[in-house]
Design a protein around this ligand. Structure first.
Ligand SMILES: [Zn+2]
Length: 502
């Protein structure tokens, strides 16, 4: 390809395949890589001295919730070296927006950090907008099951009619045909959580007719983790779809021993020919909407209905009892990370237990009262994994490392600011859980192949020049749970499509 040439001289080349790094040069021409390794560089072209620096492919965040932000000016990902993202995860995509747009907003805004203005009719509309306005990343988008379901039948729980099912199948096929990267489910979020196996089987069969991927936030990561993984493996076996289990973990200390069992199940399925893999983020805490802790049928009909139920004493009592029965967390492990109103801003950064003490209430009442006061708009960060388990998932050969990051009206999880540098620094260099080459592979070549980013993810001639130059001796993230909004250190420059982006 013709274009301006640029030489990266004397760096450590980490090519994205997991192979040992080598010293050498890298030449780009226009938006593509022209030569890698040892070659005679043409004379008289601009060069960057990369002595002491590592050069790798641009990082790919294969599980992100920046569906709205990829259209804007935000640079939190780019600063970490991310040049490509997969959005539309966990059943949440910003399309199809139908006459049920208000319900779609209620369903997704806690994850999208959105208002009531967004919405695209189809994957095609969304992707062309991203193409036109997105500045910082190449974006792949999964069609979200929850969004498809709301477009079909509104915020309604339970099995759909056969006409509704057919409509949803049509919408999914249409999304995949017009460029969606795959399909995602979020089976702990109403209304997707109420989908029977047969519904998922029909939808996964459509994915199986393509070379695209099915990603799933499974029905349960705690007490019923094993059954939830079984269900997904069975779906993949029956339909033949390519299966990606999202943010695999065992939540809550009484469930930590279950992780080993499910990893063995995944390995066995892989050995028998199921195309299965999983992903995980390099933190022991997760983050989502506080309504996640509720029995999801309490959200049947949307937030308005939940508000009515919470206002009715006998209903509220039942909700409290059922929430406590299935709660995998201790209240001291659940941090309030965002609220909608300014009146409750003072609770941001407190655990539910601390907020309850402040408010002179039981913890369960604080949780339900906050949900009532905020009309459901509360986000949480929950400390729920063991470090040993985290090490097992991160280092597993089937694992891709992802951020699962999302923006909130409050204090975000530090993964939004630090996932990728933390993997290279804290996880690989400091803890030596894996080599730097393996770490890079898990965020470049591997996700590129898994999610179909053609000509990206590797340092190879003719590949797109998405590149990160970083200092392997210092790269890391200083972002913490109490102070997350801090940029990484050690990322020197980021090139996207051959152009300096950072
Ligand atoms: Zn999820």
């Amino acid at each position: 390809m013709l274009g301006q040439k640029l030489l990266f001289r004397g760096g450590t080349l980490i090519d994205g395949s997991g192979a040992p790094a080598q010293r050498g040069d890298l030449l780009i021409s226009g938006n593509a890589i022209e030569a890698v390794g040892t070659f005679d560089p043409p004379s008289g072209i601009p060069a960057i001295d990369c002595t002491g620096m590592a050069i790798s492919p641009g990082f790919i965040d294969a599980h992100s919730h920046s569906d709205l932000q990829v259209l804007g000016e935000k640079t939190e990902k780019l600063q970490q070296g991310v040049t490509a993202e997969v959005v539309g995860n966990c059943g949440f995509s910003p399309y199809p927006a139908s006459e049920h747009r208000h319900e779609l907003h209620q369903f997704a805004n806690g994850i999208f950090c959105g208002d009531d203005s967004w919405g695209w009719k189809s994957a095609d509309d969304y992707l062309s907008d991203v193409e036109r306005k997105g500045k910082h990343a190449t974006v792949g988008s999964l069609a979200g099951h929850g969004s498809l379901r709301i477009a079909t039948a509104g915020n309604k729980m339970g099995a759909l009619t056969s006409a509704e099912l057919e409509r949803m199948e049509g919408m999914l096929a249409d999304a995949l045909q017009s460029g969606a990267t795959g399909f995602s489910t979020g089976l702990m979020y109403a209304p997707g959580s109420s989908a029977p196996f047969e519904e998922l089987e029909r939808l996964c069969s459509i994915v199986a007719h393509t070379d695209k991927i099915y990603c799933t936030h499974i029905r349960d990561y705690s007490f019923h983790l094993t059954e939830a993984v079984d269900e997904q493996l069975e779906l993949a076996r029956r339909t033949g779809c390519r299966l990606q289990i999202s943010h695999l973990q065992a939540t809550g200390r009484m469930n930590w021993t279950k992780q080993q069992q499910v990893i063995e199940k995944i390995e066995a399925a892989k050995n028998e020919g199921v195309d299965v893999a999983f992903d995980c983020y390099p933190y022991i805490a997760g983050s989502t909407v506080l309504t996640q802790l509720l029995p999801q049928d309490t959200l049947d009909g949307g937030i308005e209905k939940l508000m009515e139920r919470l206002a009715w004493p006998s209903d509220r009592e039942k909700i409290a009892k059922r929430t406590l029965e299935k709660l995998p967390h201790r209240w001291c492990d659940v941090l309030i990370s965002a609220v909608g109103s300014s009146a409750n801003k003072r609770f941001i950064g407190m655990t539910i237990e601390e907020a309850a003490r402040e408010r002179n209430e039981e913890s369960i009442d604080t949780m339900l009262n906050l949900l009532a006061e905020e009309r459901g708009e509360v986000n949480m960060i929950s400390f729920n994994q063991s470090e040993e388990n985290l090490r097992q998932t991160l280092t597993h050969p089937l694992a891709i490392v992802i951020s699962d990051g999302f923006y909130v009206k409050g204090r975000p999880h530090p993964r939004l600011y630090g996932t990728f540098p933390r993997l290279l620094g804290f996880v690989a260099r400091e803890n030596k859980w894996m080599t730097l080459e393996e770490a890079v592979h898990k965020i470049t070549g591997r996700p590129a192949q898994r999610f179909g980013f053609k000509k990206r993810g590797f340092l190879r001639p003719s590949y797109v020049a998405d590149l990160v130059v970083f200092d392997p001796a210092t790269v890391d993230s200083p972002a913490t749970f109490s102070n997350p909004e801090v940029p990484p250190i050690g990322i020197r420059s980021v090139f996207r499509n051959g152009t300096l982006a950072l």
